[in-house]
Design a protein around this ligand. Sequence first.
Ligand code: ADP
Length: 464
Amino acid sequence: MTLRARLTLWYTGVLAAVLLLFASTVYVSLTLNLTNQVEQTLNQTADEVLATLSEGLPEDLALTLRALDLTSKVSLQILNDQGEVIWQSINTPIVEGILDPGNVPATSNIFSTISIDSLDYRVLTVPVFRRPDDVLLGFLQLGEDLETVQSISRTLLTMLLGGGVLALMAAAIIGYAAAGAALSPLEQVTQTALQITRADDLSRRIPLLGPPRGEVGNLIQAFNESLERLDGVFQTQRRFLADVSHELRTPLTAIRGNVDLIRQMGSADTESLDVITSEVDRLTRLVRDLLLLAQAETGKLPLAREMIELDTIMLEVFQQARVLAKDGVVLRIGHEDQACVEGDRDRLKQVLLNLVANGLEHTPAPGTVTLDLSCDGTWAVWRVSDTGPGIPEGDLPNIFDRFYRRDPSRKRKPGGGAGLGLSIAYWITRNHGGDIQVESKVGKGSTFIVRLPLSSTSKNSSVS
Ligand code: ADP
């Protein structure tokens, strides 16, 4: 069953239950109320009659009762103590016999409902005692037909049922139409989603139908966000494949060229062998980096867990990288706190080395690359700042992506990176529970900030 039909059914069902409850309450209370009024009339009449009989049955019973001018609606029978009718009003529906023989003899006032010629009567049976000696004189039976009560109840029931059925039909039709109108955007969402699937075009988005904060609006937004993510993942995958093929093809072409040259010459010259060695090294580095990235991205990078002094690593990197600085570019250590973290020494050194190597590579002379180490609460913070060209704002969100290089021509300098250095730094830092950020202004320089959680001993010593 469709959601629309189910909603309509639920809605109509609930309304039917409410209407039924309402109708039965109205019907029952009105019928009780009207019957109550009949009983009151019977009680009042009984009281009037009893008042005249309290001293014994008078000789001229008929005259006495007629003098009471009783209401014509009420039929009256007077029975002796044996339960035989000794007087009855002319409007009594029973010509012979008693109205309700079942309740005679009665010891107290009893109401009953009897049916005579398919007309219902409310009957009150009352024992009559002589006062003050309480001798039983006989019984009174008073009856009033329930025709008015029943006809009012019947009319009410017809109105309630008819009105209820009409209301339910109207509610079902309106509810079905309203559910259709409310769910129609969902149908459009389904159609658009199917079109996207058939066209295999993840760049398409479902247009926002209705208010953006409504249920359908939320669904469309969530769906579009999923599409966006999927699109991103597929694009990254395609780009990754293209990048890997490109990175592998270039050194392989160089190796192939040099092997052909050696074959033509009939002997291997040193220059060709050097190129082959260098390209094989490049390939080895690339494969090693890719493996490392694959492991780090899935959280499966094997990491040693030892206590490491980041200041010592910074010093080692400083000494190692100084030789990479070109003329006019100074590598210096700025602020230096002592900071211990728990992690893999070689991997963390690789992070800092990548950042420093990038800084030195991109900073033209005259320029400076500065290393800082500070403690910030529970974090150790490495900063690598340079006075290089900076990174445009548009590139910043992608700078840590695999194979991302700002140079679109992809011209590689010999020994130049494949665009994996920052990605590796990012993932190693993440695997250590830290994060890496970049602040950069074009023309002013860049600062890469690595934050790593301080080890507990380091925290204690910094507190004391
Ligand atoms: P690569 O190994 O090619 O250097 P990275 O992942 O280390 O790759 O860096 C990606 C890109 O980020 C580089 O191609 C470069 O354009 C940019 N980049 C990295 N560090 C700096 C820096 N300090 N100053 C300016 N650009 C930088």
